[in-house]
Design a protein around this ligand. Structure first.
Ligand code: MYR
Length: 280
């Protein structure tokens, strides 16, 4: 069975990796006033953060247009018998639901939507594994089984410069955001049941990052083979430095860096830093 792997843009998998593994991408949009841009296609992370500094009005985001999803599936139905579409958490975006609904409209194509319950390059880990399996002839059932296995160990913690963006975008309960801004804390955030929650409230960025790397260390120090990613909002040097330190401490972990692109950057703001991983 020929199975296509689809991801939404928020996995931020570099184009050359997508191309080499035949990964198909559905872009979410970032909107400045009347102008809407498909992220990773019409606007890069770099251009986005520059634009945010220039503009008074703050951006908004939207899930991929329904027509774009239908068009993509129709195209794929000419070449493939099945699709596994791996999305960002259904608790923070309607993308998963739109894909489920669009998938049911297409004849001659089995569309299986998979909710990663997370986002960014941690979602990307799922996508890359699925794409490698699909290239070797695996079908949706086998791929989903493996993705469920990854889900058991996949985790991520991140911190933001301030909570305003998350609160304004409605992706964190206002009560949590209020406590955060009041106390000027750097809360450590994570996903629980598909939603973003404040895991712990810590006073300084340095301490928050130390706590995040300690949480990672609790898993990594067991010595199992792991993949991890340091993710940043326009602070690549800090991300690289942290990835370097962690890979020296944990040689069992393959560590890379990635970024919070325009859509996720809209909700986290500049200066966010996170760490995600799974046990291979
Ligand atoms: C939409 O408009 O449908 C997109 C909404 C995206 C919300 C993003 C919220 C922040 C996610 C942080 C992910 C961190 C992963 C390590």
């Amino acid at each position: 069975m020929r199975t296509a792997i689809v991801t939404d843009s928020t996995s931020y998998i570099p184009k050359e990796v997508r191309d080499s593994l035949d990964i198909h991408m559905l872009p979410l949009n970032v909107i400045f006033g009347d102008a809407s841009y498909q992220e990773e296609v019409e606007i890069t992370a770099e251009q986005f953060f520059l634009k945010v500094r220039e503009q008074k009005e703050l951006p908004k985001t939207s899930q991929p247009a329904y027509g774009t999803i239908i068009e993509k599936f129709e195209q794929l139905s000419k070449e493939y018998e099945a699709v596994v579409a791996i999305t960002l958490s259904s608790g923070i975006s309607g993308t998963y639901q739109s894909i489920v609904s669009a998938g049911s409209m297409i004849d001659n194509l089995e569309v299986v939507a998979y909710d990663s319950e997370i986002s960014c390059m941690v979602q990307g880990f799922y996508v890359i594994e699925a794409a490698k399996m699909a290239k070797n002839g695996a079908g949706p059932t086998e791929i989903i089984e493996r993705l469920d296995e990854i889900k058991q160990s996949a985790d991520a913690y991140f911190m933001v410069f301030d909570l305003d963006h998350l609160q304004r975008g409605g992706r964190l309960s206002s009560a949590q955001a209020f406590v955060g801004s009041l106390l000027q804390v750097k809360p450590i955030l994570t996903f629980v049941d598909k939603q973003i929650v404040a895991f712990e409230k810590i006073r300084t960025e340095k301490k928050a990052m130390k706590r995040i790397t300690d949480l990672f260390g609790e898993v990594a120090s067991k010595g199992e083979k792991m993949k991890a990613v340091v993710i940043h909002s326009n602070r690549e040097d800090d991300a690289k430095k942290l990835a370097q330190q962690l890979s020296e401490t944990y040689p069992n972990v393959e560590i890379e860096t990635s970024y919070f692109g325009p859509v996720i950057g809209t909700h986290l703001g500049e200066g966010a830093l996170g760490l995600g991983w799974y046990v291979v």
